[in-house]
Ligand binder design. Sequence first.
Ligand SMILES: [Zn+2]
Ligand SMILES: [Zn+2]
Length: 244
Amino acid sequence: MPHPFIKLLRQTLPHQVCRYCMAPSAEGALCTHCQDALLDLKPRCFRCALPLNDPAGICGECLANPPAFERTLCADSYRPPISYWLQNFKDYRDLRDGHLLVQRLIQELETAYRADDLPDYLIPVPLHWRRALWRSFNQASWMAEQLRAHFDIPVIQALRRTRPGSDQRHLSRQDRLRNLRAVFQLQSDRRIHEHLQNRHLAVIDDVITTTATARAISAELRRQGAGRVDIWCLARTDKTHLSY
Ligand SMILES: [Zn+2]
Ligand SMILES: [Zn+2]
């Protein structure tokens, strides 16, 4: 977390200053130099976006345990300064960092879907209602709204959490999986069920770590009749994920 003074300074800075190096920047949140310096050109697994050594491959985990989702798109690895901006956006609701990160994702998506069909619907990952009451900000829903505005793809709040997810960041991988089993379910609304039949969906989340959430949600959506599920996220951790 940045020093409170730096945080205050950043919040009061005009938009014409680069969010990273604070150089004058006429073209938006990052100056051209920082945009280039922060470009993430790693080859990634087509299915889960894990960094790979060989370009355009599929990682061992996705080959051994194919997920129910088709492909994962992310703009960045989860590392500084991206991780700081994510924390500002998610925990402190700094929407300037939210916009900056979503903009990077949009650029990635524009390239990735040049030779592929865009999804029919965007499905944000839900917060449990008790956490939603406390935090009153679902970063995935906010992201989905920005993406809807850009791509003109409708958002459906199709999922609900059946149990509160404890803060996943502090759990072991095994506990995360246990926690996620049967946590995500389709809303009990017949129209939502009908909408999803044979449709191409993109699940919107902020960070992908073990892919456990993405696997659980895409399995549920496919089970309910979705034709294809993609995962769109702001950042991906570089760790290999758990086999199961
Ligand atoms: Zn800069
Ligand atoms: Zn993979």
